[in-house]
Design a protein around this ligand. Sequence first.
Ligand SMILES: *Cc1c(COP(=O)(O)O)cnc(C)c1O
Length: 395
Amino acid sequence: MLHDRLDWLDDELTHLRDADLDRHLQTFAGAQGPTLAIAGREFVNFGANDYLALAGDPRLAAAAVAATEREGWGAGASPLVVGHASSHERLERELADFEGTEAALLFATGYAANVGVVTALVGRGDVVFSDELNHASIVDGCRLSRAEVRVYPHNDVDALSKQLQDAQTFRRRMIVTDGLFSMDGDVAPLACLVELAKRNDAMLVVDEAHATGVFGPHGRGTCEAAGVEDEVEVRVGTLSKGLGSVGGFVAGRRSLVEWLVNKARPYVFSTALPPAAAAASCAALDVVRTEPARRIELLQRAERLRSTLRAQGWDVGPSVSQIIPLVVGDAARTMQLAAQLRERGFLVPPIRPPSVPVGAARLRLSLSYGHTPEQIARLTTTLAELAPRSDHLPA
Ligand SMILES: *Cc1c(COP(=O)(O)O)cnc(C)c1O
């Protein structure tokens, strides 16, 4: 019988459970937001990437409804094969405008955008330098590209510089990095990376997934915040985090977008997003443009939260953003803390290997503009109760 040959799955799953590394889905009712209803109970949600509290915003829903009535639901095909609707076209124009680039290209997800960009820009005979903490979609893009992959230690520009020295024999070079790292909430050393890229004739790709809408004077991301936008020729972003919608995008020169339309396999061989999803993203971009207070206040509150947590003795790592890790170390202890927080009404996801290195398990707080001061205060009080100061002081 067929299922007999899948029995090994049960053994492997038992191993995962024994190591406290198994993962489970939970279902929430109603809209995504700073509070979530799960199994009839309300939780304060510090787990979502909905940084600007737009996922449940009625303006996005209204834009999607109006577009659905106009353009229907399904896109019908991949963009090249009659799947590109007027809402897609409008979003791409608005994204290019927003990013200040010649052009932008919409992908079904940020994951697809990264896989598409890396595989379209490097191949056999090329080399790609990738930060060791880059997102899985970049890692997968590197693997699929067939280029030689050299992983450099996290944010270590000296190590990268050395690695680049003997890379001139390759046809093309690429440096790829997250702008804002999702597990530590820290930022890539972009000015140095720009210099290294120039000096070594390497393309520079920055993935702004967690920073789109949040960082920089206009919310374009970490490149804008560092003042190096014009020197980063390939910028990837996602509409699924700060913008509360869905979809990934690449912004840059026109020839980049033309090349990707022809060569990026996740673009060519996958159905376009529903046009209504693009319309909702346009509504989200509008909020980002007209309500800068969301990102400004979010980052100010994050800074205050980090200092409160530090004063309590928590290790918040190198975070400089709305993503705040509470590094615990042990996976089982991390799970226990997450469960205790949950009992007290807080969703704070535990992050374990393989998402982070062994011994670096952590809780990850994602702060949203939608969290009230009272919710944040209750969280810090609860955290202080759960892990007394002495627990976290160096031995
Ligand atoms: C979440 C994430 C992605 C993937 O974006 P989706 O739109 O969720 O597919 C890509 N890169 C980074 C750094 C991310 O954190």
